[in-house]
Unconditional design. Sequence first.
Length: 369
Amino acid sequence: MELTADDARKSQDPICALPGRYYTDPDLYELEKDKIFAKTWQFAGHISQLSRKGAYFSFRIADEELFCVRGKDEEIRAFYNVCQHRAHQVVQGEGVARLLVCPYHAWSYELDGRLKKAPNDDKVPGFDRSKICLTEVRVEEFNGFIFVNLDPDAKPMDDWYPGAREELRAYVPNIDDLAPALWTHAEEDCNWKVSVENYSECYHCKLNHPTFATGVVKPETYNIMPQGHCLRHTTVSANLDRMTYPIDPNANEHAGDYGSWFLWPTISFQVYPGNVLNTYHWEPTGVDTVTAWRGWHTPHGDALDHITQLAQQDYDTTVVEDIRLVNSVQKGLKSRGYVPGPLVLDPEFGVNSEHSIRAIHDWVRKAMG
Ligand code: FES
Ligand SMILES: [Fe+2]
């Protein structure tokens, strides 16, 4: 088929950012709960929280309350945190239990979700305990991190994020010994996608993160490329001798390297030189609010001075600098005067390209139909 002049002109049109309403419209946010949060792999917690049979912890995805528990058979399962009687939450916080007992009327469930007993149920004709079970959701372990997917037909994580599991393991050879040692969080007044997009491009870094150009990354080599539904950040690292903690770059293959794997839609694993693993995850709390969590992981979750220092330094610089940016963007997205601009897509990729933003916008558009 011959291209018309109009087709040719259209093919030259730059790709524009998403319209503001994707970030501000409460109805679209409600729709995202179905189309995005209930269909993607979501971070739940860490395996160290389930070290014994009967250990459980609760968590939330958008508005859904859920919990994970280790069964008597050692299996890790995840359930909606809702009693099948009259909908009270079954567990609160975290703990260890032999049975899961709902605090409202004491219906008790086995650790695999089956109803064991409801007080006075033997008086009810036709009450069949074997037909009642907590509603289970898909669960996967990813290098010690527990993920759930509310979609029973979801493809496994390795299909969504090809290669990420093995690459991360190569960058953090002791990942099986790690546990969360420290969490920091920032309450941001923006839609979750504003914060995720801000994390996923470094076009803004030179101007807004003064430590960036002099820190561990070599900006001219920074790149972010889609890899399935993963955004893979790479850079040559520099100034290892000026790090605030000692590094032996020859200790293992990636001891001197920086890497990051953002797993769409709401978590990223980041590795600093010295195989230091830290995570970002975003917990949307409304259409225009999100909690951005940073997790720092050490062997057995031990408190280490240099990690505490690093977390504080990270918070005082990058985190604080980014909060100002994302809060301002959210205000702008609400403005009648905002006309979405073209994305800067450099055919050669690199630090000043927004290919990663294009990927995110494609995933959003596709999910939302
Ligand atoms: S709602 Fe749980 S026992 Fe009644
Ligand atoms: Fe930033």
